[in-house]
Design a protein around this ligand. Structure first.
Ligand code: XMP
Ligand code: MG
Length: 188
C-alpha cells in the first residue's frame, strides 16, 4: 500500500498496482492479437466516465495498435449502490461510430445492467463490432447475458475504491484497488 492521504482509510488491498499493470499488458496483447487483421485501422476506445479514466489511460498507452479515444458518461437510475438498468446518457460520443471497431473500456461490471444497456445503444449505431474490456468484474455479472471477452480480475462482491473508482468522489487516484475500512462510510 502507498503512503498518502488515504492510507489510513484502506482496510485491504484487493488488486495491487503491480498486478493491475501486469494484467493490462496481458489484456493489451490479447486485443492486439484479435485485431491484427485490422492493424492499420484505428480501434475506437470508448471509456465510460468517470471510473474508467485511469484504466483507459494505462490501457491506451500499453496497446500497440492505433487508437482513437472517446468517452461517454452514463448514469443509471436507482440507489447509489445498486443499478436499476435504466440508463441516461450524460455525455454522448462526439462522433459517428458506423463501420468502426469499438472497444468499450469499463472499470467494473457489477450487475452488468449498465453495460448491457450501453452495448445495445452502441450496437444501434451500426458499428463494425463492439467489444468490452473491463478491469474488474463482480460475481453478480454472471446473471446478465453480456459477453465480455477481456476481463482483468474477478473480485469478491464488495464495494471497492481506487484506480478510478470512488467513494463519494474520493479515492479515484489510488494506484491499487482496495476496500475501505467500515468507519470511513460512517464519516461521509
Ligand atoms: P452495473 O451494476 O450496472 O454497474 O454493472 C456498474 C457501475 O456501478 C459502479 N460500481 C462501483 N463503483 N466501487 C465503485 O466505486 C464498486 O465496488 C462498484 N461496483 C459497481 C461503477 O460505476 C460501475 O461502472
Ligand atoms: Mg461511483
Amino acid at each position: 500500500m502507498q503512503d498518502g492521504p488515504y492510507a489510513a482509510d484502506i482496510e485491504r488491498v484487493v488488486v495491487s498496482a503491480t498486478d493491475i499493470q501486469e494484467k493490462i499488458s496481458e489484456l493489451a496483447r490479447k486485443v492486439e492479437a484479435d485485431f491484427q487483421a485490422d492493424a492499420s485501422s484505428p480501434l475506437l476506445l470508448v471509456g465510460v466516465l468517470k471510473g474508467a479514466f485511469v484504466f483507459m489511460a494505462d490501457f491506451a498507452r500499453e496497446l500497440r495498435h492505433p487508437t482513437e479515444i472517446e468517452f461517454m458518461a452514463v448514469s443509471s437510475y436507482g440507489s447509489s449502490t445498486t443499478s436499476s438498468g435504466v440508463v441516461r446518457i450524460l455525455k454522448d460520443l462526439d462522433r459517428d461510430i458506423a463501420g468502426r471497431h469499438v472497444l468499450v473500456v469499463e472499470d467494473i461490471i457489477d450487475s452488468g445492467l449498465t453495460l448491457s444497456w450501453l452495448l445495445k445503444n452502441l450496437a444501434s449505431r451500426n458499428p463494425a463490432s463492439v467489444r468490452v474490456v473491463a478491469l474488474l468484474r463482480k460475481p453478480d455479472a454472471v446473471k446478465v447475458p453480456v459477453e465480455v471477452p477481456y476481463v482483468g480480475f474477478d473480485i469478491p462482491n464488495e464495494f471497492v475504491v481506487g484506480y478510478g473508482l470512488d467513494y463519494a468522489e474520493q479515492y479515484r487516484g489510488l494506484p491499487f484497488v482496495g476496500v475501505l475500512k467500515p468507519q470511513v462510510y460512517g464519516a461521509a
